[in-house]
Write a protein that binds this ligand. Structure first.
Ligand SMILES: *Cc1c(COP(=O)(O)O)cnc(C)c1O
Length: 405
């Protein structure tokens, strides 16, 4: 008798996620294997966490080495793997210091508290945070206040610090809100992730930065999903040549283990004093050791060349597909290894397409009901791209002539 994982899950685990009906037995490279031994090309990567795929040799080696030394020590000791990771994050982003958390939502919480500290210290009457409509910044109560997707926040209490909701790409509105409402900070995802994979234009990012500088507003980037090489640069803001005051990170940074945090630029880095903020677990020395292994690979010139080659190839093949199947594909958007493909389909058809791809051994995400979201590992190969595009094209054609949503 095989174990019925699906019924046990329904019986014992709170149902906060819709699950795909496969139980995972192992992962290797760009593939996941279920308990029946079927292989799936993983274009979901644990929601942008497994940037190097599964069981990457560098990560497995770091896991063994650090696992044999120590797993947890607490923040009362110096933590060499974490210090090294912080130094490398700073060397590759902005001058400043790192605060580590366990997750993305906690990175957002740290950012909220740090912004409030700044408001108190030198904010000159500024308070609150401006964010974008449809943004996602996490699900804890503070973070959910900044997440402007009604289905995420509507049933829960809203902490009462001021939040201003802006439309992406509207610089004049941003300027007007900075003047009339005097927010302390602007926080944005360079590519809105769960909001539908919507990249902000480089021109808008540069203009937003300039407005923040003119108006004395902190310029903060939520790179929790876009960071760690996901868009083809270490962090996505780097494409636009802007300089944030604050960078939020998580997801890929712990190599598959929980780790997040904020990079606080020079204006913010010394505001927290002992006792102001903290957490027992973070930075886990094991997560930090894995983070260092991820950076070893991401910063390797040969690996960077591979990533830019395969990103170019992926977008070339997807663009071909968009031109060939305009009845099924509404658009193609995103950046690097973060792709959103809005379909001309009903939510039921999109769900069926996802199931059909799964039956053919390909794992994709669907967000905002009818947008296929790809978050492939950076280790993706041209052969993986071909396999996906061929199966996807066949399944899209089978989807029918395409109805408007
Ligand atoms: C996933 C995500 C978060 C929340 O991270 P968790 O680790 O799930 O708490 C916040 N912001 C963005 C942009 C994300 O993609």
């Amino acid at each position: 008798m095989t174990t019925d994982w699906r019924s046990l899950d329904e019986q014992y685990i709170v149902s906060t996620y819709k699950r795909l009906p496969i139980a995972i037995a192992k992962g290797e490279g760009n593939y996941l294997y279920d308990t029946d031994g079927r292989a799936y090309l993983d274009l979901f990567t644990g929601l942008a966490v497994n940037v190097l795929g599964h069981s990457h040799p560098r990560i497995v080696q770091a896991l063994r080495e650090q696992g044999e030394r120590f797993l947890h020590i607490s923040n009362v000791f110096l933590n060499p793997p974490a210090i090294r990771l912080a130094q490398r994050l700073i060397d590759n982003t902005i001058p400043g210091k790192v605060f580590f958390s366990n997750s993305g939502a906690e990175a957002t919480e740290a950012a909220i508290k740090l912004i409030h500290k700044w408001t108190k210290a030198e904010g000159a009457g500024r308070t609150g945070i401006a964010v974008l409509r449809n943004s996602f910044h996490g699900r804890t109560l503070g973070a959910v206040r900044l997440t402007r997707q009604p289905h995420v926040y509507q049933d829960f209490p809203q902490p009462d610090f001021p939040v201003y909701e802006l439309d992406a790409e509207d610089a004049e509105q941003l300027r007007a809100v900075c003047r009339s409402e005097k927010p302390a900070a602007l926080l944005m995802e360079p590519v809105l992730g769960s909001g539908g994979v919507v990249p902000l234009s480089e021109a808008y990012l540069r203009e937003a930065e300039a407005i923040c500088r003119e108006e004395g507003v902190l310029f903060a980037m939520d790179e929790i999903q876009t960071g760690m090489g996901r868009t083809g640069r270490l962090f996505a803001y780097q494409h636009a040549g802007v300089t944030p005051d604050l960078i939020l990170f998580a997801k890929g940074v712990g190599g598959g283990l929980p780790l997040g945090g904020v990079i606080a630029g020079q204006r913010l880095m010394n505001l927290f004093k002992p006792g102001d903020h903290g957490t027992t677990f973070a930075p886990s020395p094991l997560s930090a050791a894995l983070g260092n292994a991820v950076l070893d690979e991401l910063l390797d010139p040969a690996f960077r060349a591979h990533v830019s080659d395969v990103i170019g190839y992926l977008w070339g093949r997807l663009e071909e597909l968009r031109q060939r199947l305009p009845e099924q594909l509404q658009a193609l958007r995103g950046k690097g290894m973060m792709v959103g493909i809005p379909l001309h389909a009903t939510p039921e058809e999109a769900a069926r397409l996802q199931q059909n791809l799964l039956a053919e051994g390909i794992l994709v995400d669907v967000t905002q009901k009818t947008i296929v979201r790809l978050l492939p590992p950076l280790t993706l190969t041209r052969a993986d791209v071909d396999r996906f595009v061929d199966v996807f094209a066949r399944q899209l054609t089978a989807l029918g002539t395409g109805k408007e949503v």
